[in-house]
Design a binder for this molecule. Sequence first.
Ligand code: CDP
Ligand code: MG
Length: 882
Amino acid sequence: TIEVEKKEQTKGDFSAHKGQDICNASETSTNENNRTKSSKDAMPDKANVSAGISNTLKDGLEKKNVKKNEPTKPVVNIPVNRTKEVQEARLKLPIIGEEQIIMETINENPVVVICGETGSGKTTQVPQFLYEAGYAHGKGIIGVTEPRRVAAISMSKRVAMEMNLSEREVSYQIRYEGNVTDETKIKFMTDGVLLKEIQKDFLLTHYSVIIIDEAHERSMYTDILIGLLSRIVPFRHKKGNPLKLVIMSATLRVEDFTENKRLFKETPPVLKIDSRQFPVTIHFNRRTPQDSYLHEAYRKICKIHRMLPEGGILVFVTGQQEVHTLCSKLKNTFPINKTESSSQEKRKESRRKLNKNKERSVLPNINLDNFSVAPVDEEEEEEALDSDLDLGNLEEKGSDEVESSHAGSCTEPLYMLPLYSLLPSHKQARVFEAVPSGCRLCVVSTNVAETSLTIPNIKYVVDTGKVKTKFYDKVTGVSTFKITWISQAAANQRAGRAGRVGPGHCYRLYSSAVFNEFEKFSPAEITRRPVDDLVLQMKDMNIDKVVNFPYPTAPDVEQIKAAEQLLVSLGALSAPEKIQRFRDLKRGFLHKITTLGRAMACFPVSPRYAKMLALGHQHDLLPYVVAIVSALSVQEIFVENFKPSEEHEKVEFTKKLEHMKAVKRLWAGTGHSLLLGDLMVLLKTVGACEYEGCTPKFCQKYGVRMKAMKEVRKLRAQLTNAVNSVIPNANICIDPKMSPPTDLKAKLLRQIVLAGLGDHVASRYPDVMPETNDGSEKKMKNAYQCPDLEEPVFIHPTSVLCKEKPHFVVYQNIVETSKLYMKGVVAIEPEWLPVFAPNHCIFSKPLDEPSPTFDDVKGEVMCHMKSTFGNCSWTLPAVELE
Ligand code: CDP
Ligand code: MG
């Protein structure tokens, strides 16, 4: 279909549709009376409006040939009753003065790009402009996409409040929840939600305008949405029911959207919002600290606080745990006096009491407040996994500093606020509230404060220059979290936070030489991760030549190839029957989606897990498979990755870990149950949670992260529905008393898991390794080899199969810390490989059927595991199964 649209697009012209088109005549007349009042409301000073059109904006318009001579006045003006306070606050936003030109440009162009500094009012105001101009009162509503769930929820609430409308009218939809109604006029949603809607209704007929917000973040779904919308917009125009597209970015780097000729035939106009940014003085460190940037940040904040005039401080660190460590260090150094923090004290006291009471319970306590460190939201991965941080340095040096600071100082207290995406929203909202008198505000934040949220009254920014990013091996999918330098664009964004209220200062904890070596911009997400889920979704939308899709930034051909290969091996794609062009076949781009693939695409999980669901209907296994897949799809269910920073916590935590290990081992059981390994533990955890209730008590008892567990439960409900609607006669429900699988069922579950994870097989190296000169054979103890990896891998110490050391295993993923570790390990039998992972095997004799049965591969057929490296091919034992 994309092909067709492409042709149409070349023919179609982009002439603007006027305001009339979106509103019917009666609305126009009834609202006419309110117009004077309402436009006054939005733009109280006419002179201000024209003065507000900044030069950059005018330049931008002239350059882009916007039809400036024939401005269309908005014909309608839907009244909005804002309070006086809201109205006053709005008037301070730079974007308010640009309303007229923004609306004219949107009225006259199908696609418009709006760039404006963070805090200029894009997210909260542009939907309101469109609403007032009648875009939600015609054939469709206003849709706004956000890459982060937090933003979708908080912005919908904020806009509803500003407009004095209910949540029924300004609503949000994220993966599992939303408050959208028939009355909804403005809908905030995550980009993933809109992508799913396109799959159901390609023309997005419910919308009259789509705003893609935070496009500079270059999240994968945002990029794909822009690619799809570049085809939907001209198509809708042709159908006589135009759809407007507004792309909003916090940076000026939008050429990937505007200059990409494959995307928009006509370059869309770019509106630049003057941001009233005050000058920010940049201070580079003379030297870049080699090890502890956290300690360096700590010292810098102490210095700023003691020596510089009043003004809030904003510090950028990389993860949740760092935020807490630095916060508590600084809280100790510059404490708020007792009266002001008495409520905090009380809370602490009650927690102490609570803990004391629990000491008698079987398990050591986990304070979930402290342990909820790992990510839940897939879109928040950059802040995940704090386990690899070395905070040792900070602890030691930090305590010296604390003492010295106490010795001679009578500095005013620091009002410390943590900020990161997973912080509950009422705690996040504290950064918008007034600072207690006599205190200086100090916000310690991850990069959410870079563009998503604007904190008022910041004068000093301390920039560690670091960010935590998830890296994937594009082909093998091995993932690692690494702390890396940020891009120059990100550094400038961070510095900009200091100049919102007046001239500010940014202290960069690195040298200018290091800065010059930074990448100019952070790379688009799509170029950094495996795209198998994306390719499956696209094929399901009948976009067969995935490689030709109009990506703002295209992924590597190798990435797409690896994804297609995986999908072929899972049976989701098949080679076309008729090869039209040899070149296409050779490049492997003509794979078509199969019936199995279509079913798999209905499950909102990774294709590997979708395959397990598709197979699970046999032998009444489906409820188990749904539970396992739900748990596999949520990251970090157990708290074991937390690394306590305080000495007393360490002892406690080690005890806790040991206990958890024992519980897990107990849950794994024996026989096939044990061989189902970590997945059996997950299954039991899900079952126990359903049985005992997902309470803090349950989570504490078993060291489970409450937020993760809630997510698992939601996903389980969602998958249960999906399975019932996709698989004929599935008819499953969530049974709170799900009994553990029998030994036979556990065995069948192992086979199903293998069918999904056939490319994640590893076999143990022989116990006696040939001796080498450098003694490296020692390192190979307990090592496994994988077909796609040259390096040896190991079973993660937290796995229940770590001691069992089965000969053949499949794993959920490999993470790289000190070594390559397999997590989510299940033991398999090698003779299952030709049957359940035939696409990963080479047979001595060609097999007729693409999915061989045990009979097919019995006896005379020899089978090797396919592998990328010659040294890693396994000969499977003769297959002897009934
Ligand atoms: O999208 P952009 O970064 O351009 O700005 P925005 O998110 O629309 O924010 C405009 C203003 O509203 C900022 O000054 C924010 O501080 C303020 N705001 C707020 O006070 N509370 C919120 N929940 C959201 C925004
Ligand atoms: Mg915004």
